[in-house]
Ligand binder design. Sequence first.
Ligand SMILES: [Zn+2]
Length: 509
Amino acid sequence: MRSVLSVLFVIAFSAFSFAQGNCGLSYEEGLQVREQMFRNRAEIPLQTIRNIQNSRFTIHIPLVIHIVGNSNGQGFVAAQNVLGMVCRLNNDFADQNLRFYIKDSLRYLRDDLIFADAYDSLAVNRMITYKDTTALNIFTNGSAGGGVAGYYSRRGDYVFMLNSYANSNSPTITHEIGHFFTLPHTFFGWENIDARQLHFNTPAPDSIGTDWRRREVEYVDRTGPLANCYSSADGFCDTDADYISERAQCPLSGTALDPAGTPISPNTTLYMSYFYDDCVNNFTPEQKTAIMTSVVNRNWLFFPAPNTDSLNWTAITHSIPADVSQVQVQDSISFQWNVQGVGPAQKYILFVERLIFGTPVGVVYNGITGSSNTFKLPSNLFINSATYRWQVMPYSNGFTCAGFSNPTTFTVQMPVSIQNISDVPQFSVNPNPVKGDQINIFYKLTEETELSFRILSADGKIISSAPFNTEPAAEHFTTINTSNLPNGIYIIQMISKNGIQSNKIEIIR
Ligand SMILES: [Zn+2]
C-alpha cells in the first residue's frame, strides 16, 4: 500500500539524460519563427493577451504523440518516459495556464524511413503526412542526424524529440514547444559562431552575416540610444543579450563584448538559451506574452478539456502475484492490482523485470495494458525458479504524473515439462541459472526407453545433440558440459519415441 500521488515525478521516471544535445532548429527556420512572432505582435493587440492572462482560465492543448519504431516494432520509446515528458511539460507551463493532454491515445508508428533518421528531409515529409492538423504533434524516434536532441520543424509545424530526451528529466521538450509557439533562441543570429573566442577583446560588429542573412547584433543596453533589443536577436528586451550558441555551463565562463564594448551577461536560466539542462527553468514575461499571442493566432483558446485532467487515485496495491509469492505457471501469469479512489478513463502501464540477487537484469514486459486492472503475460517470457518484480503506472489522457506503484516481487515455478510424456515422469535440470561449467540432469524412466538429449539456442537452433541410447527403467543422473556455451538462454530437450520434453536454462557467469 502506498500513495501514488505522493511520488514526485522526478523520482518516478528513471531515464536520465546527462548529455547536452543540440536543438535542430536551423537559422533559416528560426528566422521564420521570429518573423511569425513579429507578425503576431503587430497584429494581435497586447491588451487582448493581457485580458486572457489576467482571466487565468485554463487553456487545454491536445497533443498527438507519435511514437516511431521500425517495421518490426522495435525502437519505441517507453510509454512511461513519454508520460513523464508530458508531466514535465505541464509543470513547466502551469504558470501560463496552458494544460497539455494526450488526444485519444499514444500513437505507435512503424516506419523505417523516419526510424533511419528523423532529421532527414524525406522523413520530415513523411511525418507531415501522419500529422493530426487539429492538435500539437510530437514525434519521438531513436535516431536523428547531427546530434539533434529535438527540433521544431517550421515547415512541418511539429515537434520532434529524440527518445533519450523524451522524459521528465530533460527540458528539451519545453524548449521545442517554446519554438512551436514562436520563441526564437535567445542567441538568435549567433548560430555556429564562437562569440567568446572572436569577441573576447574585440567588440562585436553591429551586424553579422551577408546579404539576406545579414542581421543586427543586440546591444547589452536595454534603454538609451543604443538599445535595439526589441527588433534584434530574439526580439525581446527582458532576455539579456546572449551570443552563446554552443551548449554552455552556468555560470558562464568567459564573455564577449557587444558592439559598444560592453561585456554580455546572458541570463543562463532561460529555456530558450543553450545553457545546460540543469541551468534552465523559466520563460520571461515577454516570452510568455509571445507564447499566448501564438496560441491566439493559432485560434487554440477553446479546445475541449480532456475527460480527466486530474485523478483521484489515492493508492494502488498489487493483489496478484502477491509480494514475495511463488507463482505456479501454466500457460500464462496473471497480474491484478487494485486502485482506491479511481477517476474515469484510466489506463495502465505494466512493467515486469527479472531480478538476480535483487538487481534488475532485464525487462520482461513494459507496455500499456489498457483500462482493466488485470493483465496476463505468456509463460514463455519467464524462466523456471527465477525472481521477478513488477509495477504498474496509472494514467489518463489528462494526467500523466502518477508514477509507478511500489514494486513487489514473485518467483516463478514452471511445470516440470512443457509436454507430458507418460514414460518420462520426471526430467529436471539444475542449477538454473547456470554459473559454472556443467548442468546436472535428472530423469526417471518407468520403462526401458530409447533417448537422446540436445541443446537448443533461445531461437530454436540446435547447438549440439547426442546419439540415441537405450536406457533402463530407473532414476538417471547425468551431466552436460556447458563450458563452451556463451551466456544466454538455452533449451535442454529430452527426446524419446513418445515426444520431446524441454527445460529452459540460463547461463550467467
Ligand atoms: Zn531550439
